[in-house]
Design a protein around this ligand. Sequence first.
Ligand code: FAD
Ligand code: NAD
Length: 506
Amino acid sequence: MKNNYDVVIIGAGPAGYVAAIRCAQLGLKTACVDKWVDENNNPRLGGTCLNVGCIPSKALLESSEIFQQSETSLTQHGIIVDSVSLDLQQMMDRKNNVVNTLTFGIESLFKSNKIKWIPGQAKIQTSSTQSNKPGSRTDETKDLEYNKTVSVTLHNQDSLVLQSKNIIIATGSSPFNLSIAPLDNEFIVDSTGALAFDSVPKKLGIIGAGVIGLELGSVWKRLGSEVKIFEAQDTFLSFADEFIAKESLKLYSNQGLDIKLNARLLSSNVESTAENQSKVQMTYQDIDGDQVETFDKLIIAVGRRPNSDGLFSEENAIEMAEGGIIHVNDQCETSLPGVYAIGDVVRGPMLAHKGSEEGLMVAELISGLHRSVNYDLIPSVIYTHPELAWVGKTEQNLRAAAIDYKVGTFPFAASGRAQAVNETSGFVKIVSDAKTDQILGVHILGSHASELIAQAVIAMEFGSSAEDIALMMFAHPTFSEAFHEASLAVSGNALHITQRKMNKKP
Ligand code: FAD
Ligand code: NAD
C-alpha cells in the first residue's frame, strides 16, 4: 500500500503544486512527481514559474527599474545621487534568494500537508482506464481503484512504480527552439539563459516581441544594453487592445527599445571577430529586403510548447490537440477517465494563475465537490514600465462579433496621485455593452496596472455594469480613481477630463 495514492500529480509548477496542496487539504493521499533540478543537480519544486519564469523575471524587473530610476529620475524629486553603479552579481544573488525562499516555501508546504514529493521523471502506463470519480464506483470497479500506474525514473536512475486512483498531468511547457538559431546557452539563449547573464551585453538582439521579449528586453535595456527586438508579425501585440498596443509601442520606443515589426529571422551564427571575441551574426528579412546585424547575445523568445512528449508508454494513449497540447474539456478531463491535465500543457493562455485555478478545480472535482474556471476572465499582465494589464474583450473582439459597445477612457495624466508620484503615462479603458452597460473588458496601460486589473476581474465576475462602478466611492488620491473615472466616462460623466476626446471609438 506504500505506493498507492488517491492522486498522483506529474509536475510541481504553479498548476501541479497548487493542485497537490488542495488535494491534500481535502484529505486525499497525494504524491507529486517532478523532474526539475537546479544547476547543482538538486531537485526543486515550483516548475518554470518559480525557478526560471514569473518570479526571477519580476525580481530583475524590479532591480533594473530601481537602477534606472536612480540614474535618471531622482533629480526630478530633488534627490542628487553622485554616482550610481551596477553590481550585477549582487542583483543576480538577490533574484536567486527570492527564488530559493519561494521554492523552499513550497517544500515546507508539501511537508506540512503530508504530500509525498518524488523527484524524478514520470511516465504514465495506460493499461486500465476505469474512472474513480466519486459516484462512478461499482463493485466491479472497486478492485480497480488503484488502477492507474505511473512509473518514475528517479534522479539516481532507480525506478519506482506508483499506483493511483487519479492522475493529474501538470507537466508545463518549454521554450520553442528555432532550428535557424540553435541555442548554445552562451551567445544564443532562451529566457532561462537571459535571466542569468554574467555581464550586461553591449548589444542585445531578441527574436520575438511578445511578453518575454518585452519584459527581458526592458531589464537589459535599463541595465545598459542596446536592445533590438525582431518581431515576425506586422502588428505589435496583436492580442491586446489596439490603442494600448499603439501607445505602449510609442512608450517602449521612447525608452530606447528598438522594436522592428515584420522582421523575420533567416539565419544566425556565432562568429569570432578580429579581436577574438565571439558575436552572433544574424540575417533577417524586412520590407527593405535582407539585413545583417551583429550582437553580443541573442535571446530567442518566440513562444513555448507544451511538455507532452514521452509522457505515455503507449502511443496514441490519449487524445491530443494540435502542437502537443493535451486535449481536455472545461473540467480539465482528458480522454482517459480519471486522468486530468492542467496548466501550460492544455489549451488556453500559458499563465501561472490560469494553471493554478485549474489545479484547484480538478482537486475539488476529484473530491466530489463542484468548481469551475471562468475562462472568459483570465487577466493578462505585461510587467514592463508602465505595465499593461487587461481582462475580457477588446474592442477588436467586439467588432468582430458584431456586439455594440460603449467606451470610457481616463488618462493617468489627469490623476492627482499619478501626478504626485510622476507616473502619468497611460490610461484605463472600460468597454461595456451598449444596451445593458455590463462591463465586457478593461484595458490598462500604466503604473500598478497589474494590481488595478484585479478590481476589474472582481467587478466582471459579479456581472457589474460600468454604472455600478461609477456609483462606488474610491479613496483619494489613488490610481484606482482612474478606474472610477473611466467608468464615469462610459456615460460621458468623467470629472477630470473633457469627454469629447476620450470616448471616441475607432
Ligand atoms: P511549469 O511551471 O512549466 O511546471 C511543470 C513542471 O513539470 C516542471 O517542474 C517540469 O520539470 C515538470 N515535468 C515536466 N514533465 C515531467 C515528467 N515527465 N515527469 C516529472 N516532471 C515533469 N506567467 C504568469 O502568469 N505571470 C508571469 O509573470 C509570468 N512570467 C514568466 C516569465 C518567463 C521568463 C517565463 C518563461 C514564463 C512566465 N510565465 C508567467 C508563464 C508561467 O511560468 C507558466 O504559465 C507556468 O509556469 C505554467 O505552470 P505549469 O504548472 O503548467 O508548468
Ligand atoms: P509570446 O507568444 O508572448 O511571443 C512570441 C512572439 O514571437 C510573438 O509575437 C510571435 O509573433 C513572435 N515570433 C514567433 N516566431 C518568430 C520568428 N521566427 N521571428 C520573429 N518573431 C517571432 O511568447 P513568449 O514571449 O516567448 O512567452 C511565452 C509564454 O510565456 C507566453 O504564452 C506568455 O503568456 C508566458 N509569459 C507570461 C508572462 C506574463 O504573464 N507577464 C511573462 C513571460 C511569459
